[in-house]
Design a protein around this ligand. Structure first.
Ligand SMILES: [Zn+2]
Length: 414
């Protein structure tokens, strides 16, 4: 009888839990809408806590509502190993983005416990607060505050469209979970492993079940506001107009031109645009739009991002414009040592791997700033994600968690 911890991974149990969690916020189209701090997410967290207690894990929360489920090690005073991801989704999300890393972490810990072995360090499964940033922008707030990349006082004040603040809504979650012990923000950790669906097509194309993530591409985001003047659509001559939408579209076209690279590596997106007063016979007085810019090269991210304010200014026409930078995350490379050990862990249980870069952001970005961090990708069908059609196979789910379990047990024993 083999004595590897990964032999105790139960694929059926893993899949069942993924499906169970997907019921919280399930939509008629087979997707999931489980926004951060929503009643659906609170209910999903309660289910995680229930499972954790069944396994003898110790649940806890911190002040920004990151949720931790601890398997205690033989030396509980050592900094723990963290494994996890997030369970919030986009408004039209799928079943696996984020959920896979948390439920996979739970399965890894259950496998280790079932093997009869106990790691030296405690292992915390973590569900980070607000990774998606759909209601409160930007995303990855829980891991950003945990790692002190951003300050709690600043994050707390972020408001949604209805004027509700992060603080108010986090307090609702903490009240619902008042029986859970409170952990200090940003306690010392030995390492972090995040398993996630690829959200791309490289693994599927190569027929490889597990990806060793080399790093994350850089990202900058901005909010642009164009201020014009409201006037009558019938009586205001063109020369007299200060049409905020006309200026915004001129700015948009100029930005598209500037970001258009031959290699097709720049990722430039205006995904949100709001026109006010948004009335058919009124010249628009105000436009707000978002900019999401990404690239794998630090120089390019810097250069293109720095161009944005001047392009906006040069194309504002009769209106005024303000450009507010929201986020600047340079490209990063994960620990070479952990990548090597992840590859070796997979090899010793016969799982082929390949290295690849993550084009999407993950909580692993911020953990990487404070501890050795690794990411494991599994294939997802046609690379579709942030969509109800997001799909993975039970086999890939299981293989990914087997590799996760091997690496987690190894790291927790150091
Ligand atoms: Zn995710």
């Amino acid at each position: 009888m083999s004595s590897r911890v990964s032999d105790y991974v139960d694929g059926a149990r893993l899949w069942q839990r993924l499906m169970n969690l997907a019921a919280f916020g399930a939509t008629p189209t087979g997707g999931v809408r489980r926004l951060a701090l929503s009643p659906e997410e609170i209910a999903g967290r309660a289910e995680l806590v229930r499972w954790a207690r069944q396994l003898g894990l110790m649940p806890a929360v911190d002040d920004i509502s990151n949720l931790f489920l601890r398997l205690e090690g033989t030396q509980p005073n050592l900094p723990p190993l963290l494994i996890g991801s997030h369970i919030d989704t986009q408004p039209t999300g799928g079943k696996f983005d984020g959920a896979y890393g948390v439920i996979g972490g739970l399965e890894a810990v259950e496998a280790i416990a079932s093997s009869g072995k106990r790691p030296r360090r405690s292992i915390d499964i973590v569900a980070w607060f607000n990774e998606e940033g759909a209601r409160f922008a930007p995303g990855m707030m829980g891991s950003a505050v945990f790692t002190a990349t951003r300050q709690l006082a600043e994050i707390e004040q972020v408001v949604d469209r209805n004027g509700r603040s992060v603080r108010q809504e986090v307090d609702v979650v903490l009240a619902a979970e008042r029986e859970l012990p409170r952990r200090p923000l940003g306690f010392a950790v030995a390492g972090y492993i995040e398993a996630h669906i690829e959200q791309g097509v490289l693994l599927e194309g190569a027929g490889i079940p597990v990806g060793v993530v080399t790093g994350i591409q850089g990202k900058r985001t901005f909010r642009v506001e164009v201020f014009g003047e409201e006037s009558h659509a019938g009586t205001t001559a063109r020369a007299a107009r200060r049409d905020a939408l006309a200026s915004a579209t001129a700015i948009y076209r100029a930005l598209q031109d500037a970001m258009n690279d031959e290699a097709d590596e720049v990722r430039f997106t205006v995904g949100m645009l709001t026109v006010s007063p948004n009335a058919p016979s009124v010249v628009p007085a105000h436009v707000v739009f978002s900019i999401d810019l990404r690239h794998h090269d630090p120089e390019t991210v810097k250069r293109l991002g720095d161009l944005i304010p001047e392009i906006c200014e040069a194309n504002r026409g009769a209106c005024t414009v303000s450009v507010r930078p929201l986020l600047y995350d340079p490209p990063l490379t994960f620990s070479a040592d952990l990548r090597m050990r992840l590859t070796a862990a997979a090899a010793r249980i016969g799982v082929p791997t390949m290295e690849l870069l993550s084009p999407a952001g993950h909580d692993a970005r911020y953990l990487h700033y404070v501890c050795p961090t690794a990411m494991i990708f599994i294939p997802c069908r046609s690379g579709i994600s942030h969509h109800p059609a997001e799909s993975i196979t039970p086999e890939h789910a299981t293989v990914g968690v087997r590799v996760l379990t091997e690496l987690a047990f190894e790291l927790a024993n150091e």
